[in-house]
Design a protein around this ligand. Structure first.
Ligand code: NAD
Length: 498
């Protein structure tokens, strides 16, 4: 029998929710005894109390990570054994998919079908893929002649702090954890305060898979406390951060103020989607544009939030888009029919509504949505919203809204579109729709973004790198390139005597 809203609500009521930190292989309260409420965005109800870790807890977690790293229980384990344990973890994630998906939806409000069919399977795939890489990456020998040996080895950096956001809580965490663990590091993970539940459960599954104590620690807590303490910690060797550009900049400062730890940033975006006059399939492009901004309530770093339409196709395109906006009205996140769920919390909802106001104030023309929805639910919902007649200087075209709000801009020449697309301090992703292969390539090469889609949107694979140009960040998640962030290169020169 397929699941229904009622059957999900029954199962959710029976979930055992863990809110304590996970340090050195066991759940512990924050030393201060402080907690913060975990509020479900679908209903506005408190569903758990979560340990509010601060600098003291971070010290304990970093010390556990350091001990485990220095002991070699993980860092010196044979590649085959590390692979076996991470593959087991991937299996356990799939075995516990239903529970993890419900925790994710309860915690951050995304539709249960997305948690079940997108997030959690991708998390399992991420661990399996990096596990498989472990015994396939070779070190190097430099071409320095017969009387010398110059070896170039990749060594784990040591203790990695992973600090992640709330929009894809477990997936963003796994993009850091899987490559960092695969190459032999110990990790302290700080999930976002809005969405700590799946990370806490993952830590237990990792122990069950055989990950030694102290190799993966999870410290839930506020950014200004737990996050800052990790950023400033002198015994953290590297930070893998995903979040806003604003906080990304803070992590670079923390590094400079402490031990010059390596900092890798996956930050915000303002993705342009360009539809050229000769787009061969307006239906597909309109569907992709709608999902590109309304999927995950628009809380996606690469959300296609600026739609650049050629004036000749604008009218039919907007009609199709408005049709999608109607179909994607927000619903209860636990209803399997829901395509758009709740905004993560009241603060974020108010922020998005504030941007909608700014759109009105600056003269953009509202053609869909624009209001809070499901106000009787107690939760935080916003209608799929589209503004036409936007110009690229307006605030809604410049700042990352991180909600279901689309800005439509118009152009007449391809070069004009490319110029507008690049006129942003972000550079995470971009898309272009055209059937002219020359125009497609030329545009793709001219767009200043880490990821470019041609005649599609938000497609990718764990084998392809993801990350941004400009203020969208540095370094890449996914693909073998992700492992480069968590290793240091060591060169050993051996003189061979005749
Ligand atoms: P955020 O920057 O507010 O928070 C991210 C993490 O940093 C959280 O764990 C938070 O607790 C912590 N933090 C917050 N303030 C801090 C401080 N002063 N010191 C140390 N740590 C602090 O971001 P968010 O609101 O959780 O997530 C949304 C942002 O994430 C958006 O900008 C989005 O574009 C970005 N994002 C980027 C990618 C990517 O791959 N490029 C992916 C997902 C999300």
């Amino acid at each position: 029998m397929s699941a229904t809203l009622e059957s999900y609500l029954t199962e959710v009521a029976q979930l055992k929710i863990e809110g304590r930190a996970y340090i050195d292989g066991t759940y512990v309260e924050a030393k201060s005894g402080q907690t913060f409420p975990c509020i479900s965005p679908g209903t506005g109800q408190t569903v758990a109390q979560v340990a509010s870790c601060d600098a003291t807890d971070v010290d304990i977690a970093v010390a556990a990570a350091r001990r485990s790293f220095e002991s070699g229980v993980w860092s010196d384990l044979s590649p085959k054994d590390r692979k076996r344990i991470l593959l087991k973890l991937s299996e356990l994630i799939l075995q516990n998919k239903a529970e993890l998906a419900m925790l994710e939806t309860l915690d951050m409000g995304k539709p249960i079908n997305d948690s079940r069919n997108v997030d959690i399977p991708l998390v399992a795939e991420c661990f399996a893929w990096f596990a498989e890489c472990i015994d396939k990456v070779y070190d190097e020998m430099a071409p320095v002649g017969r009387s010398n040996l110059a070896m170039i080895n990749r060594e784990p950096v040591g203790v990695v702090a992973a600090v992640v956001p709330w929009n894809f809580p477990l997936l963003m965490a796994s993009w850091k954890l899987a490559p960092a663990l695969a190459v032999g590091n110990s990790v302290v993970l700080k999930p976002a305060e809005q969405s700590p539940l799946t990370a806490l459960r993952l830590a237990e599954l990792a122990s069950q898979a055989g990950l030694p104590n102290g190799v993966l620690n999870v410290v839930p807590g506020l950014g200004e406390k737990a996050g800052k303490a990790l950023g400033l910690h002198n015994d953290v060797d590297c930070v893998g951060f995903t979040g806003s550009t604003e906080v990304g900049k803070l992590f670079m400062q923390y590094s400079g103020q402490s031990n010059l730890k390596r900092v890798w940033l996956e930050c915000g975006g303002k993705t342009p989607v360009i539809v050229m006059a000769d787009c061969h399939d307006l239906d597909a492009a309109a569907r992709a544009a709608a999902f590109g901004i309304f999927f995950n309530q628009g809380e996606v770093c690469n959300a296609g939030s600026r739609l650049l339409l050629h004036s000749s196709i604008k009218e039919p395109f907007l009609e199709k888009l408005q049709g999608w906006a109607k179909k994607m009205q927000p619903g209860d996140p636990f209803d399997p029919k829901t395509r758009m769920g709740a905004i993560v919390d009241k603060t974020q909802m108010d922020r998005v509504l504030g941007y909608i106001n700014k759109g009105h104030e600056q003269g953009a023309k509202l053609i869909a949505g624009g209001h809070q929805a499901r106000t009787d639910s107690g939760g935080y919902y916003i209608e799929p919203t589209i503004f036409d007649d936007v110009n690229n200087d307006m605030i809604i075209a410049r700042e990352e809204i991180f909600g279901p709000v689309l800005s439509v801009l118009t152009f007449d020449e391809a070069d004009q579109a490319i110029k507008i697309a690049n006129d942003t301090h972000y550079g995470l992703a971009a898309a272009v729709w055209t059937k002219d292969i020359n125009l497609a390539h030329r545009t793709a090469r001219s767009l200043r973004a880490g990821v470019v889609w041609v005649n599609c949107f938000d497609t990718g694979d764990i084998s392809t790198p993801f990350g941004g140009f400009k203020q969208s960040g540095s370094g890449r998640d996914k693909s073998m390139h992700a492992m480069e962030k968590y290793v240091d290169l060591k060169m050993t020169w051996v003189k061979l005597y005749p």
